[in-house]
Design a protein around this ligand. Structure first.
Ligand SMILES: Nc1ncnc2c1ncn2[C@@H]1O[C@H](COP(=O)(O)OP(=O)(O)OP(=O)(O)O)[C@@H](O)[C@H]1O
Ligand SMILES: [Mg+2]
Length: 258
């Protein structure tokens, strides 16, 4: 049975897209069939998977606005088992206008995603920052939510907004599960990273913060530029190993949490 993950956070730049791309890479390595849906109008996944902007023939936007079928909009990538539904429009239209189709609803989109999800083991939805209409749509369709949180002092300031997001989830989709908070860009030698980790673990109820921590690794920026997930690198890299470990836990159905 397929499982749909939304990767979302209030704050930008915390590693949502990096997590989607690298978890997807790790799943594909394990022979799992995976689809990334890019719900972010920034359209970053296209580049992170090495696709050219010119090769994009529609996307999320077209499913919403033109009532097109998701199956016609799936783009194959050069990576085995890894497909993409890109956002599709590189202009930045008002999210509210995208969210509802011309009849004022998103049921066509939700039905299309439900239908296509049957062909995959995992679907990863990369959300834009914040809890706007596109993120809410992703939460409506998802089984589970992963919230990446960057290990830096400002992260703690976004916690109240984060908690609000978690609360709103339940009103959108009662069966949505908070899979966990994923700490990213952790710098082992930095006292700030350690402090943030401790405070986040103390702040949340038990079983909320994912034990696997994604270290800071310059390799992520480099791999994004060359259009290949770091998890597909042949040499062992700490950042990639962390995502692979998390992917294995997801495949085995048991994510270890603090
Ligand atoms: N673990 C990491 N170590 C080092 N750099 C990282 C790590 N994770 C992400 N980055 C870098 O941080 C930047 C932001 O990451 P990313 O684009 O994944 O964040 P995002 O949450 O998707 O941002 P946005 O909210 O804008 O969509 C990128 O340049 C990325 O390469
Ligand atoms: Mg992003």
């Amino acid at each position: 049975m397929s499982k749909i993950f939304a990767i979302a956070s209030q704050k930008g730049g915390v590693g949502k897209t990096t997590s989607a791309i690298n978890l997807a890479g790790a799943f594909s390595l394990r022979g799992k069939k995976v689809l990334i849906i890019d719900m972010d109008p920034q359209g970053g996944v296209v580049f992170g998977l090495g696709l050219k902007k010119e090769s994009i023939m529609g996307g999320v936007y077209d499913i919403f606005k033109e009532n097109r079928n998701a199956a016609d909009i799936v783009h194959l990538t050069s990576i085995n088992n890894l497909d993409l539904i890109p956002f599709g429009s590189f202009s930045l239209p008002d999210q509210n206008k995208i969210y509802k189709n011309t009849d004022g609803e998103n049921s066509h989109f939700l039905n299309q995603i439900r239908e296509i999800s049957k062909k995959y083991d995992f679907i990863l939805i990369d959300c834009p920052p914040g809890s706007g209409p596109l993120t809410k749509t992703a939460l409506e369709i998802a089984d589970s939510l992963i919230i990446p949180l960057q290990c830096e002092p400002l992260a703690l300031k976004t916690l109240p907004q984060l908690l609000k997001l978690i609360k709103t989830i339940k009103s959108v989709n009662a069966s949505l599960k908070l899979e966990g908070i994923l700490l990213t860009q952790y710098e082992r030698s930095s006292p700030i990273s350690k402090e943030v980790l401790q405070q986040v673990v103390n702040h949340f109820p038990e079983n909320t913060v994912i034990e696997v921590i994604i270290p800071f690794d310059d390799g992520f920026s480099v791999s994004y530029k060359i259009g290949k997930p770091l998890t597909l690198s042949e040499t062992p890299i700490p950042g990639a190993s962390a995502y692979k470990l998390l992917a294995d836990e997801i495949i085995n159905g048991e994510i270890t949490k603090n």
